[in-house]
Write a protein that binds this ligand. Structure first.
Ligand SMILES: NC(=O)c1ccc[n+]([C@@H]2O[C@H](COP(=O)([O-])OP(=O)(O)OC[C@H]3O[C@@H](n4cnc5c(N)ncnc54)[C@H](O)[C@@H]3O)[C@@H](O)[C@H]2O)c1
Length: 289
């Protein structure tokens, strides 16, 4: 029987690298998907050079990952970068100098990348898991959002947009993903030491202001139940649609805003009308133009 198998995007550094080691210690196999290889080669892993903002790169990554052990149990859609634009820096005060097209790399990597990953994971996690020796359906997905997916971040608005987008995406997908046995959750780390921040930022804070990696790994454990998946070779329903902030030693579960009572268009009957109107119609648009 093949071991449970995971994809970790952004697995060569920081949170993704720590998660890779965490999974290996629990006898998982890990596919590291990153634009850069890890500094040292790591037993129990394969590295697939991947730019998560490329659909073709991710399609090839998921195919390789599934074919490795004929199963795909868990995906951490974790690769991310901070901002590469500043809207206000291009205000010139000169009518002949309007801004050029902005650099949207952050949105493409931090939001479109996970969307591609979820679409592919849904396919491969729904194939028979022959490597597990069982006709398993389903799997677990955790996307790495951020505290910037819950609170505003004036210094990195494109990052804030992408990370808020991930929270909305997870909450919107969870009800239907559970019908195919897939759980999907977002972790929202506060400030964690990694390769993400620009030079100098981390030096501005004292040790007790950083969230330890152990808190983030605990969030992954709670949301993806690695031990259970491994021991039972099966993925049961667990947390789904959650937004979990990891801040210092705490895991904080954030709930969506309550709808105002005036929103009768979104009551049980109303939601059935939304299902009828959208779910069939959107099947016509599934291939990108
Ligand atoms: N460190 C923090 O304080 C913090 C807080 C909140 C959220 N996060 C999120 O955690 C995730 C992991 O970041 P980290 O802090 O470990 O930073 P990191 O820079 O150490 O690791 C990010 C990894 O992503 C990879 N990567 C970048 N662009 C990529 C692309 N286009 N395709 C594939 N891989 C790519 C990098 O090569 C790197 O290995 C990110 O999504 C980040 O936004 C980090």
């Amino acid at each position: 029987m093949a071991p449970p198998t995971a994809i970790v995007t952004g697995g060569s550094s920081g949170i993704g690298l720590a998660l890779t080691h965490h999974l290996l210690e629990r006898q998982w196999n890990v596919v590291i998907a990153d634009i850069n290889p890890p500094k040292d080669s790591i037993d129990g892993t394969i590295f697939v050079k991947t730019d998560v903002s490329s659909w073709d790169n991710q399609a090839s990554l998921f195919k390789k990952a599934y074919e490795w052990n004929s199963r795909l149990d868990f995906c951490a859609l974790n690769a991310g970068i901070d901002d590469r634009d500043d809207i206000f820096a291009t205000i010139s005060g000169d009518p002949s100098k309007p801004p050029g097209k902005p650099n949207m790399a952050t949105l493409n990597i931090d939001l479109i990348g996970p969307y591609y990953g979820i679409k592919l994971a849904a396919h491969y996690m729904s194939l028979p898991s022959t490597g597990a020796g069982k006709p398993k359906l389903g799997g677990k997905i955790v996307v790495t959002s951020s505290a910037a997916g819950i609170y505003p971040i004036p210094q990195c608005p494109q990052y804030g947009m992408a990370k808020h987008g991930l929270v909305g995406l997870v909450r919107s997908l969870a009800p239907r993903s559970s019908t195919v046995g897939i759980t999907i959750n977002a972790i929202c780390p506060a400030l964690v030491k990694s390769g993400l921040a620009p030079p100098g930022l981390l030096d501005s804070f004292s040790e007790e202001q950083f969230t330890p990696m152990s808190t983030i790994l605990r969030a992954f454990d709670e949301l993806a139940e690695f031990e259970k998946v491994k021991n039972e070779d099966w993925v049961e329903k667990g947390h789904s649609g959650e937004t979990v902030e990891g801040n210092l030693g705490e895991l904080i579960y954030h709930k969506p805003a309550q709808r105002h009572e005036a929103s009768s268009y979104a009551n049980e009957e109303g939601l059935r009308a939304w299902d009828r109107a959208y779910i069939e119609r959107n099947k016509k648009f599934v291939e990108a133009p």
